[in-house]
Design a protein around this ligand. Structure first.
Ligand SMILES: NC(=O)c1ccc[n+]([C@@H]2O[C@H](COP(=O)([O-])OP(=O)(O)OC[C@H]3O[C@@H](n4cnc5c(N)ncnc54)[C@H](OP(=O)(O)O)[C@@H]3O)[C@@H](O)[C@H]2O)c1
Length: 210
């Protein structure tokens, strides 16, 4: 299994390192290649660093771990190379102060991303969990397993992402169609408010009890 990661910041490097540890062949890209190289070094397990285009060409499962404000530019760059790829969208369309969402209710970052590349399966996932949880490589808090929600219109793509989520040990929750990213992005907003606005810190997470 191969996972290409565009964005080697908090999310990219932490999820990438963990994916490498559980057996994924991982490749990183960033604006600054040295950041991708640092992420690859941190991940070990023969993780590689390359340009955005090369990572897109070489990996079929692609995690888009960049600020939402950069999305249209990056998609324009990679679009010619996306045939047969699956894109995992972890972005949250935050306002500049991180305390609100720049869009919602009638659309979502995930849907806007899908509109930019209509032929490509998009899976919203991982966006409701802090990068610090991924960095700690522990899907549990106080003995309870954190839920990772997935929304997509393509069942095959969603199953591939579900496999990654499950391998990391999270509680994988199928949240239905891509438009349900309209629920997942505000849930991430609540997570950020609780963590930073309310002072609970980043070792928090949502669990769906059944
Ligand atoms: N941090 C969290 O806890 C968290 C949780 C859930 C979801 N998210 C979402 O995940 C996304 C990434 O967040 P983050 O905290 O990882 O951000 P970050 O630490 O700022 O990292 C962003 C990464 O994106 C890369 N990047 C930016 N523009 C690019 C471009 N045009 N081409 C290629 N790479 C580009 C940056 O490259 P350089 O390193 O070269 O600058 C950097 O590696 C955001 O949409 C955020 O809302 C974050």
């Amino acid at each position: 299994m191969k996972l290409g990661i565009i964005g080697a910041g908090n999310i990219g490097k932490s999820l990438g390192a963990w994916a490498a540890k559980v057996g994924y062949q991982v490749g990183f890209a960033a604006r600054n290649i040295s950041h991708a190289e640092q992420a690859a070094q941190l991940a070990g397990h023969h993780a590689k660093a390359d340009s955005v285009i090369e990572i897109v060409k070489q990996f079929d499962l692609l995690l888009l771990a960049i600020p939402y404000s950069e999305v249209s530019k990056v998609i324009a760059e990679i679009k010619p190379f996306l045939k047969d790829k699956i894109v995992i969208d972890v972005t949250n369309p935050l306002t500049a102060d991180y305390m609100g969402l720049a869009l919602g209710y009638t659309t979502s970052a995930a849907e806007e991303i899908a509109k930019l590349m209509p032929e490509i399966p998009v899976v919203k996932a991982f966006n409701t969990v802090f990068a610090q949880i991924y960095a700690a490589q522990n899907p549990q808090l106080n003995g309870q397993t954190i839920s990772v929600f997935m929304a997509s219109d393509q069942p095959t793509a969603k199953a591939k992402v579900m496999e990654l989520v499950s391998r990391l040990g999270f509680d994988a929750v199928d949240a239905g169609a891509l438009k349900n990213a309209r629920y997942l992005e505000p849930l991430a907003g609540l997570n950020i408010f609780l963590g930073y606005g309310q002072g609970l810190g980043t070792q928090i997470g949502f669990t769906l009890l059944r």
